[in-house]
Design a protein around this ligand. Structure first.
Ligand code: ADE
Length: 245
C-alpha cells in the first residue's frame, strides 16, 4: 500500500431489490457450491419497494471483517459469508484515488478488512427472500469497492454461493437461473429474460401476515425435501424436460 496512513476509509453503498419465484428453486444438487436441482424463474421487485441497502467500507485501521445486519452485529463465520468474501477478494483489482492519495494494489485486498452495514426494509428471514436481496447487495457492493470486473455472470455465480436465489436479484424484470453443467458451478448463473416493462400491468401484492423469523430455514427445508420426498425428484425431472426457455 503506497499510502501507509491509517486515517483513510473508502465506502460504497448499493441497493438491491428482492425477487419472488414464479418457478421456484427448491433443492440443491451441491450444498457447498449451491447448485440447484432445477432451473427457476423469478420476478425482481421494484427497488423502491422491498430492498436491501448495504454499505461496505475498507480502512487500514480495521482489525477484522465485521458485519451489522439491521443495526445488530452478526457473525461472518458462516460459509455463505466466507464464500462471498473469498471469491470477491480473489478477483479484486488495483484501486487508486490520486486526490485522496489512496493506492491499493490487487494483493493488498487480501490483508485489508471490511466493515459491512446492511439493512432490509422488510422483515428478515420471514419468507420474503431477504437473503436473496441481502447477498446480491453484499456481492455487488464488495465488487464495486474492490474493483471486480463483471465478466459472463461472474457476480451472479458468487452471489449464488451466498444464497441461491441471490443470483437472480442482480437483474431486473423476469430472470432465469440456469442450472449449468460445469463442476465448479461457474455456468450456474442468472440471465435476464425480459425487462420489467415486458408485463406492464403485472402488480404483485405482498401481504405480510407475520414478520416473525420462519421456523424452518430454506436450507434445511430443501435438504429435508431432497432426502425424503419422491415428488421432488419427479418435479426436477419434469422441469428439465420442459427446460425453461
Ligand atoms: N440475510 C438476510 N438479510 C441479509 C442481508 N441484508 N445481508 C446478508 N444476509 C442477509
Amino acid at each position: 500500500m503506497a499510502e501507509q496512513s491509517k486515517k483513510w476509509i473508502l465506502m460504497v453503498t448499493a441497493q438491491t431489490p428482492t425477487n419472488i419465484a414464479v418457478i421456484k428453486y427448491w433443492g440443491k444438487r451441491d450444498e457447498k457450491l449451491v447448485l440447484p436441482i432445477n432451473e427457476s424463474i423469478s420476478v425482481t421487485f421494484d427497488p423502491a419497494h422491498l430492498c436491501t441497502t448495504t454499505t461496505v467500507a475498507v480502512s487500514p485501521s480495521f482489525q477484522q471483517d465485521r458485519m451489522w445486519l439491521n443495526k445488530k452485529e452478526i457473525s461472518l463465520d458462516g460459509a455463505r459469508y466466507q464464500n462471498c468474501l473469498r471469491e470477491i477478494r480473489a478477483r479484486a483489482n488495483d484501486y487508486e484515488d490520486e486526490k485522496k492519495g489512496i493506492k491499493i494494489s490487487k494483493n493488498d485486498w487480501q490483508n485489508l478488512h471490511v466493515h459491512i452495514d446492511s439493512y432490509n426494509n422488510f422483515p428478515t428471514a420471514a419468507g420474503l427472500a431477504s437473503s436473496a436481496s441481502g447477498f446480491a447487495c453484499l456481492v455487488f457492493s464488495l465488487a464495486k469497492l474492490m474493483n471486480v470486473q463483471e465478466d459472463n455472470g461472474r457476480l451472479s455465480a458468487i452471489a449464488r454461493q451466498g444464497s441461491g436465489s441471490a443470483c437472480r436479484s442482480l437483474f431486473g424484470g423476469f430472470v432465469k437461473w440456469v442450472m449449468g453443467k460445469e463442476e465448479d458451478g461457474s455456468d450456474s448463473i442468472a440471465v435476464p429474460l425480459v425487462d420489467e416493462k415486458h408485463w406492464d400491468e403485472l402488480v404483485i401484492i405482498i401481504a405480510v401476515v407475520s414478520s416473525r423469523q420462519k421456523e424452518t430455514s430454506s436450507t434445511s427445508g430443501m435438504r429435508e425435501t431432497v432426502v425424503t420426498s419422491a415428488l421432488i425428484e419427479h418435479r426436477a425431472k419434469v422441469l428439465s424436460l420442459y427446460s425453461l426457455h
